[in-house]
Design a protein around this ligand. Structure first.
Ligand code: PLP
Length: 409
């Protein structure tokens, strides 16, 4: 029995079956390389669902985390600490133009929690305005993903994930993603807020038509609804910009972040701009672990390294290399590529993504069958041109092996 087999048996016996039974047991990583429990090596083109921005065991991250954990691992929210304050200041600086953004940050532990904070912020805002009754509706997009807790799940537009847990405490109106007219029609005077991803991640890395986010901003301005932009997957350099909304020249009312922010340590953030930064007053919200100093130190290391190592430019350049390499490839299973920066999906002509993911794994690459006909690539932002080339060189054989495996099954 292999070490992976043993771990699978133990996993199945001890853990809830909500993730199914994972195929790979990862043991360690270095840069883009990871090794499983049996010593097999893979090139990680998925970064743990678009999280490990600096790759694995980056010295800036391990140094910052080690230093912080040996000094002070936890304070609770009854005490403040410099890493948390500095991280908020750094985010505001990145979100601002010439100076820090007029905004305030709440730190959570995950993406779904960042969105829960945003939902509560919206509700509290309208309650303070005396309009909670007249603005009961939240607008979100079909197939959008905002998380798994009851509020974030209510906004999640994939019925198979959401419906088994209905009803929810909030009334959500779903509109097709990318359709500004549908958004305009839905986000009327009864709308409290519009929640939108700049590009849908879990739906299969689906960019909207150009100008969609700007249209969403205008629609919210006209109706009075808050614009909540979920950059949990798109933020922190993944698209080659610090934040995808900046590339669109749009300022949200509320922004949510997580994933890449901590580079692998759990942290989420909800940012309220202008007056929305002060909506959640004393006692309105909180988290024991929120702004955990170790996670904040990790996030500071991520932001510093992205800046010092030019990783926004690298995300843009490596993303272009990857996308144009896939785009130039011809194979009966391959229909094309979409996305931006290091956040791409190879589109398949058939629902063969599971077979392609498995063939990639056999060839030593971790990729993600995000949809039946789409393979998501979201590698660490530190990926080198040589590592991109390795994958591009291997992809034709991966597709061929997937096609053969499908034919045989
Ligand atoms: C856009 C978006 N929002 C929210 C979430 C939920 O984040 P988490 O899994 O950290 O709770 C995700 C996770 O994939 C996401 O992609």
């Amino acid at each position: 029995m292999s070490a992976t087999d043993v771990l699978q048996k133990r996993f199945a016996a001890a853990l809830m079956p909500n993730y199914g039974l994972p195929t790979v047991a990862l043991a360690r990583g270095q840069g883009l390389q990871v090794w499983d429990a049996d010593g097999r090596e893979y090139l990680d083109l998925f970064a743990g669902i678009a999280v490990s921005a600096l790759g694995h065991a980056h010295p800036a991250l391990t140094g910052a985390v080690t230093q912080q954990v040996t000094k002070l691992a936890h304070t609770s929210n009854l005490f403040m600490h410099e890493p948390g304050i500095e991280l908020a200041e750094r985010l505001l600086a990145l979100l601002g133009g010439d100076g820090p953004a007029d905004a305030r940050v709440f730190f959570a532990n995950s993406g779904t929690e960042a969105n829960e904070a945003a939902i509560k912020l919206v509700r509290r805002h309208w309650e303070k305005q005396g309009q909670q009754e007249t603005r009961p509706v939240y607008v979100a997009t079909e197939n959008g993903f905002h998380g798994r807790t009851m509020g974030a799940l209510a906004l999640t537009g994939k019925a198979s994930i959401r419906e088994p847990f209905a009803p929810f405490g909030i009334d959500v109106r779903f509109v097709p993603f990318g359709d500004a007219d549908a958004l305009r029609a839905a986000a009327g005077p009864d709308c409290a807020a519009v929640f939108v991803e700049p590009c849908q991640g879990e739906a299969g890395v689906i960019p909207p038509p150009p100008g969609y986010l700007r249209a969403a901003r205008e629609i919210c301005d006209a109706s009075g609804a808050l614009l909540v932009v979920d950059e949990i997957q798109s933020g922190i350099g993944r698209t080659g910009h610090w934040f995808a909304h900046q590339a669109e020249g749009v300022t949200p009312d509320v922004l949510t972040l997580a994933k890449g922010l901590g580079g692998g340590l759990p942290i989420g953030a909800c940012v309220g701009f202008g007056p929305y930064g002060a909506v959640l007053g004393r006692g309105d919200h909180g988290s024991t672990f929120g702004a955990n100093p170790v996670s904040c130190a990790a996030a500071l290391a991520v932001l510093t390294t992205i800046e010092s190592d030019g990783l926004l430019a690298n995300a843009a350049a490596a993303g272009t290399q990857l996308a144009s390499g896939i785009g130039a490839m011809s194979h009966p299973l391959l229909a094309g590529v979409r996305g931006q920066g290091l956040w791409l999906a190879a589109i398949l002509t058939e629902p063969a993504a599971v077979a392609v993911e498995a063939a990639a794994r056999r060839a030593g690459f971790l990729v993600n069958a995000v949809q039946p006909d789409a393979i998501r690539l979201a590698p660490p932002l530190v990926i080198s041109p040589g590592e991109v080339r390795l994958f591009l060189d291997a992809l034709p054989a991966i597709l061929e092996n997937a096609a053969t495996a499908r034919g045989a099954s």
